[in-house]
Design a protein around this ligand. Structure first.
Ligand code: C2E
Ligand code: MG
Ligand code: MG
Ligand code: MG
Length: 294
């Protein structure tokens, strides 16, 4: 499915266009080779403190540049990666690469020393027994502060995994990494479930942000989520903020963190330093921060 003109600059290849019979099989076997062929990369979207409009961290978003078909968006290939189990090696690569990159910014870009790294994790990864070992090794090898790591898991995935290994969650908590519930509001989590998971962050799904300013219902849902988050002491991030009207509404409601095209699309790593310099709040943070060595 091609995204609209305002969408992500990399587009636009749909598995369904190739027909299920051949296309899907091709993609499946090509996905097995994609890692070795260096066809996978990460884009980074800033997460914004709405009071200053400066970045507080980045979410890593996976991209596949297919040697024949060109860019393929994650919605078109993550499901295949999950069904085939390829998400395990791919997910490990994503985690290690995202942590390496964000840690590099934290140590080399003035004002970036407290940036957080948000990484999307699939349910398959979470139930694989060695997931905490993978996370622990990535922390050790990159040297990043575990508290800077946010593992994003979609609410629906959590609902579909009734037998989430409690030991995995406990080990992740002991490592000090945070859990974010992605696309929050689209599933049906109960309060007790959120508490049990010891999540740190709720990411309000884009569909509710879209309704802000247009449909009074949008604000109602977000108010409910904020109330719940406050009692459970969770951070809230609003996803998919595209307009100043939406930002105004989010501020009025008391949302502190957001991400969306209003500030930036997900960008390749090499474009992030220039993006940081061109946004005044980041420059101010960099001036007041101690100069990093080296
Ligand atoms: P998500 O984690 O909820 O990521 C947010 C999606 O919204 C991203 O789509 C992002 O590009 C898009 N987005 C951000 N701001 C805006 C906006 O203002 N307007 C609109 N219309 N869209 C916005 P993307 O990159 O296509 O990723 C789609 C989904 O694929 C992600 O949703 C996530 O669930 C999954 N995904 C991406 N990378 C990975 C990965 O490395 N591993 C796993 N397991 N899943 C991933
Ligand atoms: Mg996410
Ligand atoms: Mg989301
Ligand atoms: Mg999503």
């Amino acid at each position: 499915r091609a995204k609209s003109a305002g969408g992500d600059s990399s587009a636009i290849y749909d598995v369904r266009m190739t027909g299920r019979a051949t296309g899907r099989l091709d993609l499946e076997s090509d996905l097995r080779l994609a890692l070795d062929r260096n066809e996978l990369s990460l884009n980074y979207q800033p997460i914004i403190d709405v009071s200053t409009e400066g970045a507080v961290g980045f979410e890593a978003l996976l991209r596949w540049h297919h040697h024949e078909h060109g860019p393929i968006m994650p919605d078109a290939f993550i499901p295949i990666a999950e069904e085939t189990g390829m998400i395990l090696p791919i997910g490990t690569w994503v985690l290690r690469e995202a942590l390496r990159q964000v840690q590099q910014w934290r140590t080399q870009v003035p004002g970036a020393e407290n940036f957080t790294a948000a990484v999307n994790i699939s349910g398959r990864q979470l139930v694989a027994g060695d997931f905490p070992d993978v996370v622990e090794a990535a922390i050790r090898d990159t040297g990043i502060d575990p508290a800077a790591i946010h593992l994003e898991i979609t609410e629906t995935v959590l609902m579909d995994q009734p037998d989430l290994p409690k030991e995995t969650l406990q080990r992740l908590a002991r490592l000090g990494v945070g859990l974010s519930i992605d696309d929050f509001g689209t599933g049906y989590s109960s309060l007790s479930y959120l508490k049990w998971l010891s999540a740190r962050t709720l990411k309000i799904d884009r569909t509710f942000v879209e309704e802000l300013g247009a449909d009074p219902h949008g604000a109602t849902i977000i108010e409910l989520v904020l109330g719940m988050a406050e009692s459970l002491r969770l951070d809230v991030v609003a996803e998919g903020v595209e307009t100043a009207v939406q930002l105004g509404e989010l501020r009025r409601l008391g949302v502190r963190l957001a991400q969306g095209y209003l500030w930036s699309k997900p960008l390749p790593a090499e474009r992030i330093p220039a993006w940081l310099r061109s946004h005044p709040a980041n420059v101010a943070a960099a001036i007041s921060a101690p100069v990093a060595a080296g």
